[in-house]
Design a protein around this ligand. Structure first.
Ligand SMILES: Nc1ncnc2c1ncn2[C@@H]1O[C@H](COP(=O)(O)OP(=O)(O)OP(=O)(O)O)[C@@H](O)[C@H]1O
Ligand SMILES: [Mg+2]
Length: 270
């Protein structure tokens, strides 16, 4: 639990997620992988929580479940105190919209045939958030400015493939912000970027958090990345939480051997 008090904006309670084992061959043993195995966590309003762990720890699976893209096999996700599984219709759509996810690879997440303008405007239109063409255009410009991009006609008309990796990730973030989220789940948002671009993007996340009063779940295999942005971290290993605490304390005195391993592997960037 965070120390901010109040009701968590997002919460996982005893979340379990199993998948059929891939490439099952005869004699491979029982047929499922437990990707997330009983994880509970709470995110306070405005808090940044890092989820770290080595490859296969279950981070992305947990992230998708927190963002409502997948349902847990057991356990519950609660948004602002309400169980997602109990919500229906408009209330469900609203809760889903308030938790947005940004993936590692924006090239795969953004439609390559759509213009930047259309990509950022789409959630505004679909959710009926801003009425009128002109107001929508202003909102798109505002969102692009918030992520450090200038809404020139040149940029608005371009396709994702015509941008740099860092610019593309900024567009993906602007599109997520267009949904007016209270929580951003970021799954390895900088791991495909150059180190210098990484630092700027992480600073942007900190700015956005302040500007938009966002809470964030930052998923990364790199403890140095989490340390730069998060206040608290959860360390996952084999689907479970093996350590949790304030970043500075965990880094100073890691209690789990898996945390120690991540500490030794952490990039020294920034
Ligand atoms: N859709 C799926 N079908 C089958 N197995 C899956 C699926 N998604 C994840 N898994 C398995 O669940 C486990 C956890 O995977 P997950 O992608 O959540 O880990 P991760 O911590 O995000 O790893 P990485 O750092 O490599 O991204 C792994 O054993 C993975 O192979
Ligand atoms: Mg992953």
């Amino acid at each position: 639990m965070g120390e901010r008090g109040g009701m968590p904006v997002l919460e996982a309670r005893g979340v379990v997620r199993r998948y059929p084992r891939r490439g099952l061959t005869i004699g491979d043993g029982p047929g499922s992988v437990v990707a997330v195995n009983g994880v509970s966590l709470a995110l306070a309003d405005g808090e940044v929580l890092g989820i770290i762990g080595r490859s296969g720890a279950g981070k992305s699976t947990l992230g998708r479940i927190l963002a409502g893209l997948e349902r847990p096999d057991e356990g519950e996700v609660l948004f602002a105190g309400e169980r997602l599984s109990a919500l229906r219709g408009e209330a469900y759509r609203r809760a889903r919209r308030r938790v947005q996810i940004v993936f590692q690879d924006p090239a795969a997440a953004l439609n390559p045939r759509h213009s930047i303008e259309r990509i950022v405007a789409e959630p505004i239109v679909v959710n009926g958030l801003v009425r009128g063409r002109e107001a929508r255009g202003e909102r798109v410009a505002e969102l692009l400015a918030a992520v450090g991009l200038q809404a020139t006609t040149g940029l608005l008309g371009r396709r994702p493939g015509e941008l740099s990796g860092g610019e593309r990730q900024r567009v993906a973030i602007a599109r997520a912000l267009a949904c007016e989220p209270r929580v951003l789940v970021l799954d390895e948002p900088v791991s495909l970027l150059d180190v210098s671009v990484q630092g700027r993007l992480l600073n942007l996340l900190l700015d956005l958090r302040a500007c938009f009063s966002l809470a964030m779940v930052l998923i990364t295999h790199d403890l140095a990345v989490a340390a730069r942005v998060a206040e608290r971290i959860v360390v996952m290993h084999a689907g479970r939480t093996v350590e949790e605490g304030r970043v500075a304390e965990v880094m100073r005195a890691p209690r789990s051997p898996y945390t120690l391993e991540l500490l030794e592997a952490a990039s020294l960037a920034g």
